[in-house]
Design a protein around this ligand. Structure first.
Ligand code: RB5
Length: 146
């Protein structure tokens, strides 16, 4: 089950992502926001971050205007590796090399078609492990030490 969240800046793209996941038969939980009214992106980033870090949801997608605010916020939750990806190569490699567990997108930055392609790649690419697991473990140690 995918955890989804956005602020007002990402609300429309989140709706498009939900439609796409419905078409693909992929289950998700929408943590809000639920309208275009102005709201605070860190609130939704924390909700999705906690849902993913706890294991309640296997991965997450967060959308704000740029994708930057939600990625910064979600990465404050221990165990979250949120990656802001606006190209297909980054989406593939953040799964293969960083084992990213949350994809961040900017609803005001990229078009819907491109965003959905990035979502598809993110959800269908496996972590390679090996030397990359060692590096991700070092990221976890940074969290422990700071
Ligand atoms: C909201 O205006 C905007 O600041 C937010 O969606 C996001 O882009 C923050 O990083």
């Amino acid at each position: 089950m995918i955890a989804l969240g956005s602020d007002h800046g990402g609300f429309e793209l989140k709706n498009e992502i939900m439609k796409y996941l419905d078409e693909k038969g992929i289950a998700y939980k929408d943590f809000g926001t639920y309208s275009k009214d102005s709201c605070d992106y860190p609130v939704y980033a924390e909700l999705v971050g906690k849902a993913v870090a706890s294991g309640e949801n296997e991965s997450g997608i967060l959308v704000c205007g740029t994708g930057i605010g939600v990625s910064i916020s979600a990465n404050k939750v221990k165990g979250v590796r949120a990656a802001l990806c606006h190209d297909c190569y980054s989406a593939e490699y953040t799964r293969r090399h960083n084992n990213a567990n949350i994809l961040a997108l900017g609803g005001r930055v990229i078009g819907v078609g491109h965003a959905l392609k990035i979502v598809d790649i993110f959800l269908n690419t496996e972590f390679e492990g090996g030397r990359h697991a060692r590096r991700v473990d070092i990221i976890s140690k940074i969290e422990e030490n700071n």
